[in-house]
Design a protein around this ligand. Structure first.
Ligand code: SF4
Ligand code: SF4
Length: 664
């Protein structure tokens, strides 16, 4: 779901989901958009399946390509919506104080607009861009805020600074009130704020936050404004929900009350949200413990990885230049924070290690055990093969993904080879299939085996076809797959034509087993809105396949080269289906959805010699690692695909079952 609202459109926004809507607001400019993209990805990956995540970005004119890239992040997540609100018309910049922070942008103040912008919402969570969700954020909405207007996390860093540098702070802060709040450790960090908008609208005047911001130069900007206006009306959350990436429990924190020390220790061991608060500790600047553990493993799976990595490399270059010019000691004081002073454990060594990691990031994926997307070769030779396939300097993340074993399984299964439509060039060759039903007992056995191997957890499972609803035992398949995979998103992917005639038992099975019905829209006469309403009537989660409610008028066609003369490594590396559309068929897993269905083509037209090397037998595989390893490498059938000549926008049409529909 996407909307790019201008002007007062924020006011018009209605909750994206009903019920269980979780609205989260961010603000970003073009520079922070990639960082926000990573945060959004982390929210998507940790989300709960029962809630709707209503994400809204406030901006002052994001570039169209940034908006498109951010929308891409949420694609495929059925219960996540992302919308944009341009607030430039509300913002008079001239009185917003930024002079004491060169890196501060006007977007930092946008959070102050939230109570006035969204009259149709009751609660909203604001998050800074430079955060990572380690856990599902829905738990934050569950807190009992009592009579408080907002919930937030104590700013322990400011508290510690006040304890150790009272005089300096008092002089700089210029606000006795905020200093007092800090001393009483009631000063909160504004990176995460849960607003009770209903209460706020009752208790403070329209526009008050913004007017307060404009009234004087607040040293800590929006944060001071929020602390000033909501003083005494704040519910404090456990600091694991806004855990700052700085080691606070050192000798300077000796005077912290014991309960704060305990909370910080718990947060450090198990953060819910990590906040990369300080300028020189941003993940795209330095490889710190918390960025390696939490930020980069998500970033590497996002489309922003190359850009963020480039920033990190550039920053590394700059540090080296400064080091050479000024000498190590000066460099350290310039690029480290006060708690990272020279007398702390060998900071210089730490920086040198991080620099080498940054410079050789591809190689470090091999060595650095913290990075999830390291290229996990079982032997050095395997690893070299993968790197050779990639070309060390390529940096193409998609290629890295294809030859990197997955951590969690995603797979699809064709329940019915045939279909009630005949789309030209159908990627599953359905128009060529007269009748082919998956065998239920055999499939049940396969689900049982996979469920055991993967501890009942899958990232996503698609039941599709052909047309899966043609199978008379569709309900049995759905019950079985959920029984063996209690954790994971399961979708029934259909062209939808049969949905109006499905029995109640079908809808009940979908609902009870938390299976989403995902319809692919084709340019045919059919009332898609009516089936959407029908699903809603039965309480079944409904979506359009690939999160797109656009009618599918174009096809991606991957042409076959019947000569078998393609280089399998090259085809696999350039194939968007490879190690992505993993398919289960007859107790075997294939790395893509084309290979298992090529037999239909071969039956009709001949050619395409398949072998047992093209798939892995799940009953004979030693463990899940062997399976995931197999799926991440090219296989013989890839020699029939010219994936570089893929035709991305072929017009949709009816199949005449001619060989040219699938060949070069
Ligand atoms: S509806 Fe889907 S499965 Fe059926 S023919 Fe069209 S593309 Fe193939
Ligand atoms: S067989 Fe073809 S579609 Fe499948 S992974 Fe290889 S190149 Fe891609």
């Amino acid at each position: 779901m996407a909307e790019n609202c201008q002007g007062n459109a924020g006011v018009r926004l209605k909750p994206a989901f009903f019920p269980n809507n979780l609205p989260v607001v961010f603000s970003a400019d073009d520079f922070y958009a990639p960082v926000l993209g990573v945060l959004i990805k982390s929210i998507c990956e940790t989300r709960s399946f029962d809630m709707g995540y209503d994400l809204i970005i406030l901006h002052g004119g994001l570039a169209p390509n940034r908006i498109a890239a951010l929308l891409q992040v949420v694609q495929g997540y059925d219960n996540v919506s992302l919308r944009f609100v341009n607030v430039s018309m509300y913002v008079q910049e001239q009185n917003l104080y930024k002079a004491n922070r060169s890196d501060l942008s006007k977007e930092a103040y946008y959070r102050l607009l939230i109570p006035d912008l969204f009259p149709r919402y009751e609660k909203m969570l604001y998050l800074d861009c430079d955060m990572i969700a380690v856990e599902d954020i829905s738990a934050i909405f569950d807190v009992d805020m009592g009579d408080c207007c907002i919930a937030a996390v104590r700013d322990s860093y400011s508290f510690r600074s006040v304890l150790t540098e009272k005089d300096k702070i008092q002089k700089n802060a210029g606000s006795q009130e905020i200093l007092q709040a800090t001393l009483a450790h009631r000063y909160f960090n504004s990176g995460l704020v849960l607003f009770d908008l209903r209460r706020i609208r009752r208790e403070i005047d329209f526009g008050l936050l913004w007017k307060t911001a404009m009234a004087k130069p607040w040293p800590y900007h929006d944060q001071d404004v929020l602390n000033h206006v909501f003083a005494g009306c704040v519910h404090f959350l456990h600091c694991r929900w806004n855990f700052c990436d700085v080691i606070l429990l050192d000798k300077k924190s000796a005077d912290f009350p014991q309960e704060i020390k305990d909370e910080l220790s718990e947060a450090a061991a198990s953060p819910g949200i990590v906040h990369y608060l300080f300028p020189c500790r941003k993940p795209w600047q330095n490889a710190t413990k918390y960025s390696i553990a939490y930020f980069w493993p998500v970033a590497v799976r996002s489309s922003f990885y190359d850009e963020l990595l480039g920033r990190q490399l550039k920053f590394a270059e700059e540090i080296i230049i400064v080091k050479t010019r000024k000498g190590a000691d000066e460099t350290l004081s310039q690029f480290t924070h006060e708690e990272d002073t020279k007398d702390n454990v060998n900071q210089l060594t730490a920086y040198e290690i991080s620099l080498s990691q940054q410079r050789l990031i591809l190689q470090s994926m091999l060595q650095n055990k913290e990075l999830e997307y390291r290229l996990r070769g079982k032997t050095e030779e395997d690893a070299r093969r993968r790197l050779a396939l990639l070309g060390l300097t390529d940096g193409n993340v998609d290629k890295i993904r294809r030859v990197t074993p997955k951590r969690i399984l995603s797979f699809e299964i064709s329940i019915c080879g045939h279909c009630n439509m005949k789309c030209r060039g159908c990627a599953h060759f359905a128009p060529l299939v007269k009748e082919d039903y998956a065998d239920f007992p055999e499939t049940d056995r396969a689900f049982t085996r996979l469920g055991q191997l993967f501890n009942g957890e899958a990232e996503s499972i698609h039941l599709l076809g052909g047309e899966p609803l043609l199978h008379p035992q569709i309900n049995d398949f759905m019950k079985s797959v959920r029984r063996h995979f209690p954790v994971g998103r399961i979708e029934l992917v259909t062209n939808g034509l049969m949905l109006p005639n499905m029995e109640d038992s079908f809808w009940n099975t979908c609902r009870e087993n938390k299976i989403q019905v995902s319809v692919t829209k084709y340019p045919v006469e059919f009332d898609y809105i009516a089936v959407q309403a029908l699903a809603a009537y039965h309480g079944v989660v409904f979506g359009y396949y690939n999160n797109s409610d656009l009618t599918e008028v174009t096809f991606n066609r991957l042409p076959l080269d019947l000569s078998g003369a393609q280089d399998p490594d090259n085809s696999f590396l350039n194939c968007y289906l490879a190690n992505t559309c993993i398919t289960l068929k007859n107790g075997r897993l294939f790395p893509c959805s084309i290979a298992p269905n090529m037999a239909y083509f071969a039956e009709r037209f001949g050619g395409l010699d398949a072998s047992r090397e093209d798939s892995i037998d799940i009953f004979h595989a030693r463990d899940k690692e062997e399976i995931l390893e197999f799926l991440s490498l090219p296989f013989p059938l890839c020699r029939y695909c010219d994936s570089v000549k893929r035709i991305p926008f072929e017009q949709w049409g009816t199949s005449k079952c001619e060989i040219e529909e699938w060949t070069l």
